[in-house]
Write a protein of this length. Structure first.
Length: 565
């Protein structure tokens, strides 16, 4: 066994594959990721992407990207291109294996004709409501359609005329003829073709009928010689239909379906229907809004693909649905960014500080490491002069006992700079608000250390007054206030968090960040991890999104709320 094999994850699907290879049922592994292009991918899809592409990687096999594009009314090329971008960004490559269910429409049609000729499919002329009414319940069998025993030739004629566009939408459907008394309702003569006179994003108006997912998916797997068709648990009850279709048709290969628990995360909506509603009604600024759980939104928020892959590996592959706290993903991200993100300084709510004993005509460049433990990340210089800005929260005029930052008469350390002492507080005479601090500095403490060995309890960050860059900072929090908004049947939109986004236009950043590129990530010291917005970045007016705080402040808020109840 190679080193890569010994390090690969161990889960029930990989154990199945190991046994298949050992018993000779397969001599290779071929998987697929089959998204429907009717929306953007979300964090739940990341688990499936990592699993399918990861298995192919671990076993030296292949993984296809196949678009399940059988619903022309909801699918378009925007979603196709977005899906491809997201899969590539996550770190996976399907090489030349980009397929579409629409590629197989002619073959799927011929397979349907074969089922009709075998007497295993028929054209039903009941309405959708009538079919639903006759389907039965979990405890009562369904009622056969009066059209169930149509002659084969009549079914062939009607189905060919459906394809030719002679009938209106909903006038007929093609149903598999299985068992209306089956305890599995998916086997009660499911529809496998319906009439849809809608233009398709790839085939245009060539087709007037479109196959349904359960019929299409298994045949697409067989055509592509997929060995292990891996689906989420909601498809477990559909597996008998998957098997029935393949068992009754002469297909090029015989794949098998396996199900695993989907990813469900707290404080997020993963229902595509609801995500579309958030976008269409303007509750968010598009599919890539940094508050969205879409991969495009997560990317714009600043998450790294490495942290998402790590997250998916940590949660594992199981048979039981479990809810995952997004704090786990945030911790994966913190661990990743702690190693790779350069440090920088920013103040969100600037308070002007004038260092009175610093020469007015002098400026100096102070060196600062870009990373506290990685010398390979080199260093930068920060201009220092008579005027600087500190965070307003780092000063209190009448501080409590455990406040170790700046106060009248108190000395603190400026990060990478000097010790300063507050000598005077300047206030707005009309409001009484503090507008400026007058301080002195100790020239002997350059670099933040005192030669006489004296210690200070507080170290604060700052930016230079003359050369700091004004920036727009976007602070994000959970989009919803309840842990399971997808499970709410009523007005779930009332659960939107009104404080999910706060835009700060007063911030200043250190001048070295003017050279930042879109999607560059930094740890702004003491404030959290931030990313240069990939779309709105402008060096003359930088825009940074907060990715995550340095600690799980949301959990602290929840704990405080619980204690106060």
């Amino acid at each position: 066994m190679s080193e890569s094999e010994t390090k690969r994850p161990v889960d029930f699907i990989r154990r199945i594959i190991d046994e298949d290879l050992r018993e000779g049922r397969h001599d290779h592994v071929h998987t697929r990721f089959p998204p429907e292009p009717n929306g953007y991918l979300h964090i739940g899809h990341a688990k499936s992407i990592c699993l399918n592409f990861g298995i192919a990687r671990d076993y030296g096999g292949k993984c296809n990207l196949r678009f399940d594009d059988t619903n022309p009314e909801k699918e378009n090329t925007e979603y196709v291109e977005a899906i491809k971008r997201d899969v590539r960004w996550l770190g996976f490559d399907w090489e030349d294996r980009e397929y579409y269910a629409s590629d197989y429409f002619p073959q799927l049609y011929e397979y349907a004709l074969d089922l009709i000729r075998q007497g295993k499919a028929y054209v039903d002329s009941l309405s959708a409501d009538e079919i639903r009414e006759r389907r039965g319940t979990l405890t009562e069998p369904g009622l056969p359609s009066p059209y169930r025993d149509r002659p084969v030739e009549e079914n062939l004629d009607l189905f060919q005329r459906m394809k030719a566009g002679e009938f209106a939408d909903g006038e007929h459907v093609l149903r598999a003829k299985i068992d209306m008394a089956s305890p599995n309702v998916n086997l009660r003569d499911p529809a496998i073709y319906r009439i849809r006179k809608a233009s398709h994003h790839r085939t245009g108006d060539a087709w007037k009928i479109y196959p349904l997912y359960d019929y299409t998916h298994c045949l697409s797997d067989a055509i592509e010689h997929i060995t292990h068709s891996i689906c989420t648990l909601e498809f477990e009850d559909h597996r008998p239909l998957y098997d029935w279709v393949l068992d009754n048709l002469a297909t090029p290969s015989r794949p098998h379906q396996y199900e695993f628990a989907r990813l469900v995360v707290d404080y997020a909506i993963l229902s595509k229907r609801r995500l579309i509603l958030l976008v269409s009604q303007g509750h968010v600024r598009g599919w890539d809004d940094p508050r969205m759980p879409t991969l495009a939104g997560i990317r714009r928020r600043g998450y790294t693909p490495e942290s998402i892959r790590d997250f998916c590996e940590r949660i594992g592959v199981t048979k039981n649905d479990t809810r995952i706290d997004m704090a786990l993903l945030d911790n994966c991200l913190r661990e990743d960014l702690d190693r790779r993100a350069p440090r920088a300084m920013m103040v969100l709510d600037p308070l002007k500080v004038v260092i009175e004993n610093y020469p007015e005509d002098r400026d100096e460049d102070l060196p600062a490491p870009n990373h506290p433990t990685d010398p390979a990340m080199s260093s930068r210089v920060i201009p220092f002069g008579r005027v600087i800005y500190i965070e307003r929260d780092d000063f209190m005029e009448d501080p409590p006992a455990k406040f170790h930052r700046l106060a009248p008469g108190r000395e603190v350390r400026l990060r990478y700079a000097y010790f300063i002492t507050c000598r005077e507080v300047v206030k707005d005479p009309s409001t009484g608000a503090v507008v400026e601090l007058r301080c002195t500095y100790d020239p002997a403490t350059k670099g933040g250390n005192a030669p006489d060995g004296r210690k200070v309890k507080g170290t604060i960050h700052w930016v230079p007054g003359g050369q700091a860059i004004a920036a727009e900072i976007r602070l994000y929090d959970r989009l919803f206030t309840a842990p399971n908004p997808d499970g709410v049947e009523g007005d779930w939109l009332t659960l939107l968090n009104p404080d999910s986004e706060r835009i700060v236009k007063t911030a200043f950043i250190e001048p070295s960040l003017k050279q930042a590129e879109p999607e560059a990530r930094y740890q702004f010291e003491r404030l959290g991890y931030f990313v240069a917005d990939r779309h709105d970045w402008d060096p003359t007016r930088p825009v940074f999104n907060r990715i995550v705080t340095l600690r799980d402040s949301w959990a602290k808020v929840k704990n405080t709320q619980t204690e106060n109840q």
